[in-house]
Design a protein around this ligand. Structure first.
Ligand SMILES: *[C@@H]1O[C@H](CO)[C@@H](O)[C@H](O)[C@H]1NC(C)=O
Ligand SMILES: *[C@@H]1O[C@H](CO)[C@@H](O)[C@H](O)[C@H]1NC(C)=O
Ligand SMILES: *[C@@H]1O[C@H](CO)[C@@H](O)[C@H](O)[C@H]1NC(C)=O
Ligand SMILES: *[C@@H]1O[C@H](CO)[C@@H](O)[C@H](O)[C@H]1NC(C)=O
Ligand SMILES: *[C@@H]1O[C@H](CO)[C@@H](O)[C@H](O)[C@H]1NC(C)=O
Length: 558
């Protein structure tokens, strides 16, 4: 295994010298700090911009209050594993790595340099800018799995890509979480400047998309619209996740390049979101107006179009070591309202214990669980440790049970894209229940109304199992992850890679001929880490972007 923490072999005398020089610099500068009242207000760049624990978000922002937050991970020394447990764990881990290699070999054989392999027909497509999305999204997974040759070949490919040009209209959000996140993470692991140069090229290319009246970036963007003045497209709509899931990547880019501009852009979005009035405190409607910066619809959800905005509130707080209290306040406001308005017991006859998260449509509760929403248990678990909110962990454990049950319940053992359920607020009578039951799914448990049938190789349930394992130390989460992996092997594997499914609850299982890059970036990485020693990519050292790219936190605890 690669040693991820001890890469700098400093000699003692070097260390002493550096300490002395630092002391001199600090004493020279410290009198200036005393007069700084605002955390976003600093101009002297006194850290090496490539220093990984730099408390600067570029040369103009120095964070004064970075601290070590409470530990997230369970102390695994309390329950050392037996030889037998280790054997099982390592066998499982090897199986995930083999799965990655299988998918990777198919991709390199039939789709090298394209965005995605179509794993049933062995064709390829360029749905994500045509820059080799699968390669860039997989870089850090290869690093973590110690696949050096594959990583090296990919690195040479990345060097040839021009990230400032695309034949397609791009999505600023997808481009940021997959490409920018992948490049930044690859840089932090490898220290290879190609990745940082390319990240900067991409970051600069994205900046003009932020020049709207509100400061919200236009998500559909043509990179040739390279103007630097305010650009008005009043007919377009912003969505919460698209404008609220750029923050970690742009902060990391400012930290590593020394250019604060990226942070200023995304900080402006956060300030607008924080200040506009909300129908319920802490719950943000999904769509916003680019001109006024105000909400324009009423739907509230922790699923698609909302999800990672909430995830990034707590993750930004963790990234800056608690130095910006606003993130904590916004997160707690959201989670308190989530408990109150969105969490309800289900009325599943065989499992009355299950707790679900739902959505609000025009103020009324809708009992709908999206696969995308199943990141919530992981988010709550992390937040419960960092902010000392034990009740969040209890709810996280129950919600994860429901997300896992959604897998167990289907014919394939793979969870559906959507699941409509009866909740404790519903008052349907028996005949109503019968007509609601979708005729296609004869075998649905009582209390399940209908399904969205597809599986897109999504990671969220596995992500939450991984985080809950690291937080609680409970090995049952590994067994659950293993069950899911076996179902993926059985139903999704093709002769060249892995494919999503059209219907997870039918005896006629049909593959959809698609392999999203997030299968390699997220699904396989979280599975691999679930079966790895818990200090590999510790949650006390790293924070994951929403595409599972690990970023070093500002104040690490090791
Ligand atoms: C930094 O932390 C100290 C002590 O906790 C607190 O008094 C101060 O207000 C904080 N400063 C900022 C800018 O958050
Ligand atoms: C796709 O590639 C695999 C592995 O090379 C091969 O076994 C399979 O026959 C191919 N499928 C098609 C439809 O060409
Ligand atoms: C990968 O590339 C680096 C630098 O080009 C080289 O030092 C290293 O040996 C290569 N590793 C492998 C496994 O090819
Ligand atoms: C951020 O917002 C402020 C105030 O609205 C504006 O003056 C500033 O130009 C914006 N900064 C960037 C980098 O867009
Ligand atoms: C759900 O039911 C409870 C009490 O049974 C009620 O207080 C609450 O307002 C209901 N919520 C919704 C969204 O209907």
């Amino acid at each position: 295994m690669i040693n991820l923490t001890a890469k700098i072999p400093w000699r003692l005398n070097t260390r002493l010298r550096i300490a002395l020089i630092l002391l001199l610099i600090i004493s020279f500068l410290s009198y200036q700090f005393i007069f700084i009242s605002n955390i976003f207000d600093y101009q002297i760049h006194w850290f090496d911009p490539s220093s990984k624990i730099s408390y600067c978000l570029g040369s103009q922002v120095y964070l004064r209050n970075v601290s070590r937050l409470p530990k997230i991970q369970y102390d695994f020394n309390n329950t050392p594993e037996t030889i037998n447990e280790k054997l099982i764990r390592e066998t499982r881990r090897e199986s995930i790595k083999k799965g990655f290699q299988h998918a990777w070999n198919g991709y390199t054989k039939y789709a090298w340099g394209k965005d995605e392999l179509e794993p049933v027909t062995n064709n390829s497509n360029n749905r994500f800018n045509g820059w080799g999305a699968t390669i860039v999204d997989s870089l850090d997974t290869m690093w973590i799995m110690d696949l050096k040759d594959e990583f090296n070949r990919s690195r040479d490919f990345v060097e040839t890509v021009d990230f400032s040009k695309s034949d397609n209209v791009i999505s600023v959000f997808e481009t940021t979480i997959r490409y920018l996140g992948g490049l930044l993470s690859a840089y932090e692991f490898s220290n290879d400047h190609v990745f940082l140069d390319k990240a900067l090229e991409l970051g600069n290319a994205l900046l003009p998309s932020f020049n709207s009246v509100s400061g919200f970036p236009y998500d559909s963007w043509d990179l040739s619209w390279n103007n630097d003045k305010t650009f008005r497209r009043p007919w377009t709509t912003a969505n919460l996740a698209q404008i609220g899931t750029l923050q970690l990547e742009f902060m990391k880019l400012s930290q590593l390049t020394g250019d604060s501009e990226f942070f200023f852009k995304i900080n402006n979005i956060t300030q607008v979101l924080d200040s506009i009035p909300k129908p319920i405190p802490g719950l943000y409607p999904l769509y916003l107006d680019h001109e006024t910066g105000e909400f324009i619809a009423h739907d509230i959800s922790f699923g698609g179009s909302g999800d990672s905005f909430y995830e990034y509130l707590i993750k930004q707080y963790i990234f800056v070591g608690g130095a910006i209290d606003q993130f904590r306040r916004m997160y707690i406001e959201s989670i308190d309202s989530m408990h109150k308005h969105l969490i309800k017991e289900g009325r599943i006859e065989s499992r009355p214990d299950l707790l679900f998260i739902g959505e609000l449509s025009y103020g009324s509760f809708v009992g709908k669980l999206q696969h995308l929403t199943c990141f919530v248990p992981g988010m709550l678990a992390i937040g419960s440790k960092v902010l000392n909110r034990p009740q969040d962990l209890e709810v996280a454990i129950k919600l994860a049970d429901s997300c896992y049950w959604a897998y167990e319940m289907t014919y394939t053992g793979i969870g559906p894209e959507d699941l409509w359920y009866m909740s404790s607020n519903d008052t349907f009578n028996e005949p109503e229940k019968k007509t609601m039951n979708n005729r296609k799914d004869k075998n649905l448990p009582d209390g399940v109304i209908k399904l969205g049938h597809s599986y897109k190789l999504r990671p969220e349930t596995i992500e939450s199992l991984f985080i809950l394992y690291r937080v609680t130390g409970d090995r049952a989460y590994q067994d659950k992850g293993w069950k899911i992996w076996q179902a993926i092997e059985k139903w999704c594997k093709t002769s060249s890679a892995y494919s999503g499914l059209i219907n997870v609850n039918s005896e006629k299982v049909t593959q959809n001929n698609n392999m999203e890059s997030f299968f390699l970036a997220e699904t396989l990485k979280y599975l691999y880490l679930l079966f790895s020693p818990p200090d590999l990519i510790s949650l006390d050292t790293y924070v994951f972007n929403t595409e599972a790219h690990p970023f070093l936190r500002m104040a690490r605890t090791f």
